[in-house]
Design a protein around this ligand. Sequence first.
Ligand SMILES: [Mg+2]
Length: 218
Amino acid sequence: MTRDSSPFELLILDCDGVVVDSEPITTRVLTEMLNELGVTISVEEVVETFSGHTFTLEFASKSLGTSLPHEFLENYRDRTFAAMESELKPVQGVEIALGQITIPYCIASNGPHEKMRKTLGVTLLLSRFEGRLFSSADVERGKPFPDLFLFAARHFAISPSVCLVIEDSPSGVAAARAAGMTVYGFSGTTAAQRLLDAGAHRVFCQMSELPSLVAARR
Ligand SMILES: [Mg+2]
């Protein structure tokens, strides 16, 4: 597998749920905090509502039909950071898979830079992505808009048509399609059908499959 043999020139990875297994932690903490505030919501409903979206008070209030206290975001960040410190792991098989990828790769996440540096640091993956981290904070509009993926492609001066995006949320899949890129859904916690419905060109569920997917045509 050489760079020449891949039909793609840039691999763009979502962070949460694709590189680091943070989604179970963030959704659990968020579910706990909402229930503490009297919002009756299940882990499944939290995934459905918030996965792949930038979590803002405005978006949460609109989705839940109730306003959250101003300190909610800060408390949520503190509690998830504390939980990640002891629980966070890389997505199974991702380190080995990355070691076999021969085209340039980067991360594009709706999360803030601080969160990416934290989660990649805890899982000892940060050095692989130093200087190759892109956040929705870098652009005007995060996923599901295409801005962030286009920003990453522009950074490497690579055409969107030869970028491969790996996403685990419908919102991220939609963003990649809007950017004119090939997108494969990684079906970890999200049902494969939801990713296909959002426009994923294919879906896979083991990171060990990634190197051969990168080397093959769509
Ligand atoms: Mg994700």
